[in-house]
Structure formats: C-alpha cells, structure tokens
Design a binder for this molecule. Structure first.
Ligand SMILES: C[S@@+](CC[C@H](N)C(=O)[O-])C[C@H]1O[C@@H](n2cnc3c(N)ncnc32)[C@H](O)[C@@H]1O
Length: 260
C-alpha cells in the first residue's frame, strides 16, 4: 500500500470512533488493549498526562488504577469520544481531557510524574513535543512511549493478520531491521525463551506473567524520539509473549540535585 493511500485509509478510520475501535481490535487479534495496558506497571508517582488518548480507554484504566490522569488530544471528535468513555465507565472529570497539541502543553512546569503516549503518530518525533514533555515532567519523572506492537505468525489466525499488516504497513514495520529473517525461526526461538541474539546485550530480563521483558542497550526502535536532546535518559524495552512483541521506550528525567 502506498504511503498516500495508507494516510487516506487511516484518516478515514480515525474520524469515526466505531471504525477506529474495529481497526485497533480485529487486525491485532484483540491485543491492542493488552499492549496499551503495559503502561500501567511502568507508571511512577501519582499524576499522569496522556498524549493523543483517542478513545480514552487507557486513560480510564489509569484513573481506575488510582492515578490522577489528564489528557491532551488533537482531534475534537476523539476528545468527545474519550469523554464519553469516561462517562460510560463513570471515571474522572470530563474537562481533564483537553483538545490541544502535544507540542504546546497547557500545563505549568513540573506538573506530572509520568507522561504517556501509546501508538503515537508523528508528533512523538517532533523535538517540540519532547521539549514540552521534559518541561511538564517533575524531576525523577518519566515519559513512557509504546511505539508499536507486532503479532507473531503463530496459530491459525495470526499468520493471516501478519500478512495483512505487512500489506498495510510494509515489511519494515513488521520486521524492523530483520527484513530478511525468517519469522518462523523467530517464533521457534521465542517459544524456547532464546538466549542472546545478534550480539544484542540484554539486561534485567523479567519473565513474569507469561511475558518476557528485555532491556536492550542498542534497540532498533524508538531511535527517532529525540530524548537525549532534552536530557532524558533512554531505556528501551522489548516485551514478548508467545503471540506478540511490543516496543517500549522510557525517557527518564533526572532527579533534582541537592543544592547543599
Ligand atoms: C494512532 S492514534 C493512537 C491513539 C491511542 N493512544 C491508542 O493507543 O489507541 C494517535 C492519536 O494521537 C492524536 N494526535 C495526533 N497528533 C497529535 C498532537 N500533535 N498532539 C496530540 N495528539 C495528537 C491523534 O488524534 C490520535 O488520537
């Protein structure tokens, strides 16, 4: 699919909340919401801001988990949809979802412990966004970005969905830098909980709850998010289950130095 056609398809899908829900559920075998919720165990402090919340499901999850969570969303239709989600789930204040832009956040400095962005569009690569995120984060706070997720071709349905995603997004989005690698091998390795791969160094391997989290020191994903330019310390995590893998980038703001 050409980039222009893809843009048109997505813009059409994104204008309608029902189409968007369909598009983020069926082609991803219902895993999109599972991937969004990987944010929850990574939140720090109490106050959170979500960028580009679209239907507002994750924001509602964060409020339900006890966080004070605001959101900034660009599309007025989606602000309305996210407010409806809150009302339906009886969670939070409507006016905590603002229409606006991630590049101009209407909050004072050091307002949040965490800023969250799941499956972001181009705004996350804009230095103006990261400058704003750094400004509104408290010292010791963090930006959590779920940059993407891929199904693995296991079982009967997922190979078909992987093919569909390759058609829509192109092979590089599905394989990353591994264009020429055999995905079946990847799946086999995944099932065996493989050892070191491609000379990549993994640390902090956590294998809880049926997933494996690897902290990658030279991750291929998230590289275009300009964290270092604004002094945020990068941490790249790849989370895998037997059915999928998800790419998470965390940008940590330094704690304040004691002035003594
Ligand atoms: C691909 S959707 C992802 C939505 C949601 N986070 C999710 O996980 O399903 C990207 C969202 O970012 C919003 N968006 C795009 N540009 C933005 C900007 N500059 N500031 C804030 N939100 C933006 C879009 O309207 C859309 O709701």
């Amino acid at each position: 699919m050409t980039p222009l056609l893809r843009k048109w398809v997505f813009e059409t899908l994104y204008k309608n909340r029902y189409l968007y829900r369909f598009a983020s559920t069926v082609p991803f075998a219902g895993q999109w919401r599972v991937w969004q919720r990987l944010v929850l165990s990574r939140l720090t402090g109490h106050g959170a801001l979500e960028l580009g919340c679209r239907l507002g499901d994750l924001r509602a999850d964060m409020i339900a988990a006890g966080y004070a969570c605001r959101a900034v969303e660009h599309s007025s239709q989606m602000v309305a949809a996210a407010r409806d989600t809150l009302q339906r789930r009886k969670l939070g204040e409507k006016n905590w979802i603002l229409q606006g832009s991630a590049q101009h956040l209407p909050f004072s400095d050091a307002s949040f412990d965490t800023v969250v962005s799941t499956f972001p569009s181009e705004y996350i690569y804009d230095p103006n966004t990261i400058a704003e995120v750094e400004r509104v984060l408290r010292p010791g706070g963090r930006l959590i970005v779920i940059e993407g997720g891929n199904l693995l071709p296991v079982g009967f349905l997922q190979p078909v969905l992987v093919l569909l995603q390759m058609f829509v997004y192109g092979p590089s989005a599905v394989f990353g830098p591994r264009e020429h690698r055999n995905l079946n091998e990847e799946v086999a390795r995944n099932q065996q909980q493989e050892r070191l791969e491609d000379n990549r160094l993994y640390t902090n391997r956590d294998t809880s709850r049926g997933t494996t989290t690897d902290v990658l020191t030279d991750a291929w994903f998230g590289q275009h998010i300009p964290l270092e330019q604004f002094g945020l310390r990068r941490r790249s995590e790849r989370v895998r289950s037997r059915r999928w893998e998800v790419y998470i980038i965390i940008g940590e703001k330094a704690k304040e130095q004691n002035s003594a």
